[in-house]
Design a protein around this ligand. Sequence first.
Ligand code: NAD
Length: 684
Amino acid sequence: MSGTVRVEREGAIAVLAIDNPPVNASSIEVRRALLQAVRDVGDDPAIEAAVIIGADKTFVAGSDIREFGKPLEDPQLPTVIAAIQACAKPFVAALHGAALGGGFELSLGCDARVASADAVVGFPEVTLGMIPGAGGTQYAPRLAGIVAAIEMICSGRRLRADEALRRGLIDAVIDGDLRDGAVAFARGLKGKRRLGLERVPPGDSEATEKAASAALRAGKNRPQVAAAIEAVKSAATLPFDEALARERAVFQRLRMGSEAAALRHLFFAERQAGKVAGLEDVTPRRVSCAGVVGAGTMGAGIAMCFADAGIQVTLIDRDDESVGRGLERIRGTYERMAASGRIKADDVQQRVRRVRTATDLQSLAGCDLAVEAAFEDMDVKIALFRELDRILPRDAVLASNTSYLNLDQMAAATQRPEQVVGLHFFNPANVMKLLEVVRGGETSAQTLATALDVGRRLRKIAVVARVGEGFIGNRIYAAYRRQCEFMLEDGAYPEEVDAALEGFGFAMGPFAVADMSGLDIAWQMRKRLAATRDPRERYVAIADRLCEQGRLGRKTGAGWYRYEPARRVPDPAVHALIREASAEKGIQRRTLGTDEICARALMTMVNETALLLEEGIAARPSDVDLVLVNGYGFPNYEGGPLFWAKRQDRARLLAEQERLAASAGFGFRKGDVAGLLDQLAREG
Ligand code: NAD
């Protein structure tokens, strides 16, 4: 039976096996069953000690996240832990798989912890907008010290068993059978109880403050990060029970808050995105060797993604110099990562060795997958797809990293359109989590399943899109950027728009982003689309003027801003250009407030999403949220544009859409936002 705890006996040791597939989440049923089992251990005179272990693949990998948005049912986890500690017999937690969040806290509440070498432990609560709520902030500093506790709790980082042992968070790593090892360990305790519940020494306050400010910086000063630091520090200043009660109160408040709700929404959105109807019984093709064509910014980053995942990759460019530059970029990035401690020194060579370079496409003859990342030019891509089709094995998958172009045209150049798919990575590809998987008109279920499987292996958040100019993310972003340019003509300056949206929580405002990525890419695209653009459409030519003046962004020292040398500075010359543009169109400039700027920018995203859903390019609203948060700097604590929209006043949003339509004028396409809001409300 699932959701229960099986009690087995090994002589005088009781083994409590938690059985709640698939991840042994500590649900209400598990807590109830565990509490009963703990009491039974206490009542049975034949039992001297107990082991708590996870049935099947893992220990308790976390709490049941669905419960966090509602009042928690009793018994809650602290009650179970209190019962373990009140029991007259020692408890050993035996960890394998993952012991995270409440699962790890359950083990910390036991008298000792042993783990198999494959186990990972950690506190993901902060990444879900909360702090640990069942003693994590008190046990971790007692066992590992305040600095280590701040670092691990604030980052949500998972520690492998060897590191957990080194830090004192677990007591032994078991080589052989975990259950047997844990039972032997429990026997060896001979009634010894837990140590380390004394108050922790305050330690080195300078080191604590350094760790705290690093954690706050990395955690973008979010309230749960500050609360976690305070709770950990209280382990040195407050009596245990009082600190525990405070931790619980903060946990309860944060878990019901809006930030935690947004982060939970994204957590579930991620799981949902991987589920594509019709792929349930499809076996992906195994990819053990990949090719990447084009060793530029993206190609080098994509090759690193494969190398990081342990997949052999061949990186191709047109000449030795270009591939050499690509490989140097890869090596340089790994060396910087090693220097800052993100990977081990040994990993640099190991990963670089997984990247072979070549200048001849023929070198991809044995590959299972090729990702094209050459210039954004249809003729170049079509020529490459023809060649790849000729060279790669008949069952290999051909992918393009195109940002905007029509994948179906590339597929049509091959004899295997069903094996062509888009793999749209984001820059820097080895860092950004998002991967848009583009399903062409002919892409087969197996090819799509293969692309999703590769995404998983590369540890990306894969979101499926259909073919359409800019797919999901770039299509929405283009509409958003256009709207922001309208605002310039209407009366705002770039720094005002950027400040408003950065104030909302975007990592960077749209004009700072444009300067960073270079204004020339969008300029090329506008030129490409110029012939088909209806002259009656509202077209803002300010960016074209900037490009004509050689102001291509940061790389030329000037764009929407001036750069001194890396600091962005508002530029009166740009202001003059903007005023001229308004005057040319006879627009009476006026001041745009922060609220108006945010409402127009965000509502544009919502409107474009409604269109994308109607066109079938995006499958569900939560996919769009994932794309914007993981690829475009939308603040995760707002949950994405649709989650944001769901929490706004409906009438206000619809009125805003009317205003957008009026300000854009001819050609504005109104999405069915009312229908979309209904759908969001139904989904709850
Ligand atoms: P880039 O100019 O930095 O690199 C392109 C590389 O491809 C160059 O090194 C070039 O020599 C090589 N190349 C061109 N034609 C080739 C051929 N026939 N055979 C072998 N190599 C060839 O460009 P990039 O920024 O890396 O972009 C590559 C692709 O990725 C484009 O389709 C682009 O739209 C897309 N993309 C770019 C970004 C970004 O932010 N830069 C993000 C997502 C997707």
